[in-house]
Design a protein around this ligand. Structure first.
Ligand code: ADP
Ligand code: MG
Length: 233
């Protein structure tokens, strides 16, 4: 079964006099455990699409189905609960909390979950920090580590709740090319290991080569798709 189905997904922003059609009738399916990228120039609709999949915004028309549930029907509380359980986010600006250490940043989403015993919390955080190679830096604060290290911490934080889906909107935009490459590879390894579906956006054609499924967006429409590895799981 497909994990995510987008059906005639359309988003129109109505801010000034002229409506902006950010997404036009997108139809696609994303399978469990896949590593998917949306590429396209600035303004092509990448963030809008990820925001709709992540239940951060609602479609104007059409549907986002996740595990066959129409997430557009959720109210604010239901959306927040669904996101907390099902989706991890990685942002372009890392969005680490400056007053928390590396360890505490990764632990933070677990504190939002009910009643996780502290030993299990500690085990999960330590395991994730190990995986992203940040154990030695765990007592440092975000301003004491590099951009690539910050994004590795953000990846650990996104995965610590073991979400089914991780969404990353231009996660490598603030990294140099070599670091961006490494971070994407870590994401790939980690999501393979955890069985997570990973969806990221980029406008960098060099980075996108790492994805298994690549959709190209232009003016709010998918203009091409490329599947490099057919997922038979
Ligand atoms: P991308 O992430 O590919 O750069 P976006 O999804 O941010 O593209 O934007 C797609 C289009 O929608 C653009 O024309 C953008 O200006 C417009 N847009 C995005 N967000 C908003 C918003 N909150 N209000 C009005 N227009 C928006
Ligand atoms: Mg964007």
């Amino acid at each position: 079964m497909d994990l995510i189905q987008l059906e005639n997904l359309t988003k129109v922003y109505q801010t000034g006099d002229i409506p902006v059609q950010a997404l036009k009738m997108i139809n696609l399916e994303i399978q469990k455990k896949s590593f998917v990228s949306f590429i396209g120039p600035s303004g092509s609709g990448k963030s809008t699409l990820l925001n709709l999949i992540g239940c951060l915004d609602k479609p104007t028309e059409g549907k986002v189905l996740i595990n066959n549930v129409d997430v557009g029907m959720f109210d604010r509380t239901e959306s927040a609960a669904f996101r907390g359980k099902t989706i991890g986010f990685v942002f372009q600006n890392f969005n680490l909390i400056p007053v928390l250490t590396v360890y505490e940043n990764v632990e933070y989403p677990l504190l939002m979950l009910d009643h996780l015993p502290s030993k299990e919390r500690n085990d999960r955080v330590s395991r994730l920090l190990e995986k992203v190679g940040m154990t030695d830096q765990k007592k440092k604060y975000p301003n004491q580590i590099s951009g690539g290290q910050k994004q590795r911490v953000a990846v650990a934080r996104a995965l610590v709740t073991n979400p089914q889906i991780v969404l990353a909107d231009e996660p490598t935009a603030n990294l140099d090319h070599a670091t961006a490459f490494k971070v994407i590879n870590i994401m790939h390894e980690m999501t393979n290991e955890f069985g997570t579906t990973f969806i990221f956006s980029t406008h960098d054609p060099k980075i996108v080569g790492e994805a298994e499924v690549i959709y190209t967006l232009e003016d709010g429409a998918i203009i091409s798709s490329e599947i490099k590895k057919v997922d038979t799981k």
